[in-house]
Design a protein around this ligand. Structure first.
Ligand SMILES: [Fe+2]
Ligand SMILES: [Fe+2]
Length: 293
């Protein structure tokens, strides 16, 4: 278990959910007829959490440099850490729970199922449901000893100027890349509209899972996985100068996915046992039986 008692200066969040609760405050669900009242969600108005989220972003913005991302790619994209059958990987991910707040926390599997079930209820294709079900599997990085700031948090391009629209932009003053002339201009090392495939993103669970499953899912699904934490673009539109035509088409899917990730968290827990047969078939349809981490 990775719990609050093990948290340290490198991992200020008492739970990874603190980051997600902060997202809900930044991007509250727009009022719709079916929208839940605030009371139905976890209570995320907690001042202690606000401080830990700030500390978290300070670390994230300080240390996510271009070189850092290159090093993490080198370390993790060999996928030589561990081999696990898919369902063992889900069990492994689920050891990543926060035991400091047992009344309100849903475990990782429950968040995944709530996301995917909301997608399924809306009648989307099965690969979209599967995408909801696996989108956070990359968080296993935490269980390989990676600090929170290198696993979760909003992602952003490295190798070019940090957009003002990224949460806590002031902390980028601490990032050495912001003083490096190669990296601190609008385009940095990139060309206008070069396409996101040519842009290196800050390192975390999104890119890691994308690289793991990129041969197995439709392109729309891969965009959702790879860019689901890229709020500076999918919510703020701050990096349109790098997008090409395909990115703009595909980001419609990232936009479609985001509300399911953010707004499907409800206190009632999904019936894991009843849902398993459907998900076992779905996973077997698209993914190899054993995943390499
Ligand atoms: Fe995520
Ligand atoms: Fe998520």
């Amino acid at each position: 278990m990775v719990s609050k008692s093990q948290s340290n200066i490198n991992s200020p969040l008492s739970s990874l959910e603190d980051w997600e609760d902060d997202l809900l405050q930044r991007y509250p669900e727009p009022k719709t007829q079916s929208s839940k009242t605030k009371k139905e969600y976890r209570d995320y108005s907690n001042t202690e959490r606000v401080d830990t989220v700030r500390d978290f972003y300070k670390l994230n913005h300080t240390y996510q440099t271009y070189d850092f991302v290159c090093n993490k790619e080198e370390e993790f994209l060999k996928f030589d850490k561990k081999e696990m059958p898919f369902w063992e990987a889900i069990k492994f991910l689920n050891t990543l729970v926060d035991d400091s707040d047992p009344d309100t926390d849903l475990d990782q599997l429950q968040h995944l199922l709530q996301t995917s079930e909301a997608i399924r209820r809306d009648g989307h294709p099965d690969w979209f449901v599967l995408t909801g079900f696996i989108h956070d599997l990359g968080k296993v990085l935490c269980l390989f000893g990676e600090p929170q700031w290198a696993v979760v948090g909003d992602t952003f391009p490295v190798g070019c100027q940090h957009a003002e629209k990224i949460v806590f932009p002031e902390f980028f003053d601490l990032n050495p890349d912001s003083k490096d002339e190669r990296y601190n201009t609008k385009y940095g090392i990139y060309e206008p509209h070069c396409g996101l495939d040519n842009i290196k993103m800050s390192w975390g669970h999104d890119e890691y899972l994308y690289q793991m499953v990129k041969d197995h899912l439709p392109e729309e699904a891969l965009y959702m996985i790879r860019y689901h934490s890229f709020y500076a673009q999918h919510r703020e539109g701050a990096y349109g100068h790098f997008l090409n035509k395909k990115d703009r088409e595909m980001f419609k899917w990232v936009d479609k996915f985001n509300p399911y990730d953010l707004y499907s968290k409800l206190p009632e827990k999904p019936n894991v046992k009843a849902l398993m047969p459907y998900y076992e078939d779905l996973v077997a349809k698209y993914l190899p039986p054993v995943l390499k981490f």
